[in-house]
Design a protein around this ligand. Sequence first.
Ligand code: PLP
Length: 477
Amino acid sequence: MTLIDSRVAAGRRESADGRRSIPSVEQVLQALPPTPLPRALVVATVRAMLGEVRATHAETDFETVVGEISAALRRLARTRLRPVINGTGVLLHTNLGRAPLAPEAVAAVAAAAGHYTNLEFDVEAGERGGRAAYVERALALACGAEAATVVNNCAAALVLVLRHCTATRPEVLVSRGELIQIGGGFRIPDILAASGARLCEVGTTNQTSLDDYAGRIGPETGLILKVHRSNFRMEGFVASPSTAALASLAQDRDVPFVEDLGSGAIEPIEAPHFEPREPTAAEILSAGADLVTFSGDKLFGGPQAGIIVGRGAMVAALKHEPLFRALRCDKLVFAALEATVEAWLSGRAAEQLPVHAMMRTPVAVLRERAERLQAALRSSGVPVRVVECSATVGGGSMPTAEIPSIGVELSAAPVPAAELRRRLLQHSPPVAGVVVRDGVRIDLRTVFPAQDETVADAFRAAFDAGSAAARGGGAAG
Ligand SMILES: *Cc1c(COP(=O)(O)O)cnc(C)c1O
């Protein structure tokens, strides 16, 4: 029996009550177009969807069932981890995986990934060695710290620090102006609760004084925590004690003092549109904090990680916490971190780390790329235009910084902008743009120059499909 025959046969099978019967898994599998997904995943999907059809007693024919399952498999395949072109103008886009790695870091990851490594092996001595000793030493140096260590992310770093500091004295002092939420699912009060710490709120939302802290320190106080307002600004009648003032109070009263910096600037980023600038980890340590925590994949420009720097004795004690074993990173993260911190230490961060290179690309260079794109697209009948826009740092860093940028905008009325955006996302690789007025914009600051051609292809496909849809053509799907 041919494929067509089997489809027809299956489509015609009707049960006694006149309802078309549900095709078998095998019949559907034979009728599906080729897919890159493993067979087990395809079979499971087919089984689940046929189960749904059975459960809902829906009136269906074979072609419709196969079409729906095939579309579901295509959607499933598109959720596999893969590169996306970032045309959003948000440099550290948490949904797009924050910082892309430097080519040096990518090479280091590849080398470590496919081979055995000296992860916990001292090649000199020929025996078991310390894990991550090199990267810890390099990170400490980059941050002007006595010591450093690394866990899975900044949230994990904070949990580890909280667990350690509140083991005997459970109370943690945090200003009411710093009980913040970072992105989805990270709220300081929740992290404290999850760590078994007791939150002791200090001061008010806009005003917290040193006396407010001093008045709340008691025998139960295990930690003073300062949280960097990394993803928002407060303006107006606002005051809170400096890191230095808090550090000296903490020292006088013999309470540890930790600052959660989050964004993790290693060197000051000086530019008019970066005011007020992010404090560096080294500045906070030299102001007297015992420990500073920050993310590896924000301004540091590396892989997802939580970096903890500060006093040698405290870092050593953290590494002895039983929880540390559960939060530690793997060799791939260490490989990427090593190459990233080396970029900082050799003064090449601005060229090597993509986020920092993108941050500094002159507007004139972006404009030239945009005009080239525009010329190429217009010659194939796609009416894009070059526009001025502003990029942002994102990822909970420098919330008010607007970086002058250049974008390419496509409108194809009467096709709605949201539809154009969706079409760019359907491209392979997907191109993430922003809906503006009646069109969709791709900000070139966050697009790698080597991706410009692909952006042009995606624009062409979106426009062609868009105009086909506008003409009432059925080929738009
Ligand atoms: C981003 C951020 C975090 C969370 O960092 P992850 O690495 O995503 O866990 C924590 N605190 C602050 C202040 C942040 O900005």
